[in-house]
Design a binder for this molecule. Sequence first.
Ligand SMILES: [Zn+2]
Length: 49
Amino acid sequence: MKFCEYCGKSFDDDRETCPDCGAKLRSLQNGEDEDNALTVIEMMMLGLL
Ligand SMILES: [Zn+2]
């Protein structure tokens, strides 16, 4: 499963980019799913970016 950090959605592994926004997808880490993975907006709010 891959994840768009901008849309907060997950997609099939065979996709490289998000069909919605065109951003590069990243693989979800162990224990992450689309509901708890941090999006770029959330990381900015937390001061991580
Ligand atoms: Zn996207």
